[in-house]
Write a protein that binds this ligand. Structure first.
Ligand code: BEZ
Ligand code: FE
Length: 259
């Protein structure tokens, strides 16, 4: 067996594809059509979307299986994370143009897996507009809207105000959408709030928070993980929807110093 990881992984992937080709008795025409379609996906710039739709939840599953049982479950990052957005002071910028938006407060603690609250931890939070668009990605929504960084206070507590996101369709007018349509699948994701925590000495946590009763929570088009503990029942305080949670991150195993 090779000790070259690239060789090992590629052999394994190709082996699994070969098995599927044999099992499904794929014809030469289908094989050629598949190559043509992959080229179409690449030409449309939809390769990352294609891989996210079909593979992202599997990678997340691998992360979750390898993580501490007390650590919060990971979820897909998706293609709409933006690096380097500013810290916000308790309120994420939202657009006045959305008259019917519903305020949402996301709050809670960041703790380690033993339950110790962690002060001064930065969280990246991003979610969709009330019509399913992302800041800096879709036309008309500036990059620093519907996303921002916040920090936990001295008690490990954080609180940020934004607006309630909606279920949205992943880009569906290109070849990936057409393929899902041909497969008889829909292209909707349940409404969600993305969270990413990067703290020195801890395993990165990327996850999503969902809303109970959402029509797509049980049928995410990306075969998402949708961890049950992150599906929040409807709660309203002073006219604001509330998501209250504890996010637990796992210390990285100590690497012994080289002698
Ligand atoms: C998202 O969660 O934002 C997302 C995931 C996969 C494809 C498109 C969007
Ligand atoms: Fe998203």
């Amino acid at each position: 067996m090779s000790d070259n990881r690239l060789d090992h992984v590629v052999r394994s992937v190709v082996g699994a594809v070969r098995e599927a080709v044999v099992e499904e008795q794929v014809t030469f025409e289908e094989y050629r059509a598949a190559i043509g379609y992959m080229m179409k996906i690449a030409e449309a710039g939809e390769l990352p979307l294609f891989i996210d739709v079909f593979m992202n939840s599997t990678i997340v599953d691998v992360i979750n299986r390898g993580s501490h049982p007390e650590a919060s479950p990971s979820d897909m990052e998706g293609p709409y994370f933006v690096e380097g957005v500013p810290h916000v002071d308790g309120t994420i910028k939202t657009m006045d143009a959305y008259k019917d938006d519903e305020p949402l407060v996301v709050r809670g603690y960041v703790k380690d897996v033993s339950g110790t609250a962690l002060p001064d931890v930065t969280l990246d939070i991003w979610s969709s507009t009330p019509d399913g668009k992302y800041g800096g990605i879709h036309d008309g929504i500036p990059k620093d809207y519907y996303r921002g960084k916040i920090k936990t206070d001295e008690n490990g507590y954080f609180q940020v105000k934004t607006t309630v996101p909606v279920p949205y369709q992943i880009p569906h007018s290109g070849p990936v959408g057409a393929m899902m349509d041909m497969m008889g699948r829909h292209t909707w994701r349940p409404a969600h709030v993305h969270v990413k925590i990067r703290e020195d000495g801890y395993r990165e946590l990327i996850t999503q928070l969902y809303f109970e009763g959402d029509p797509y929570v049980g049928s995410d088009c990306c075969e998402g993980i949708v961890p049950p503990e992150f599906v929040f029942p409807r709660r309203v305080e002073d006219g604001k929807r509330i998501i209250e949670t504890t996010l637990k991150i796992e210390p990285l195993a100590e690497v012994p110093e080289a002698a």
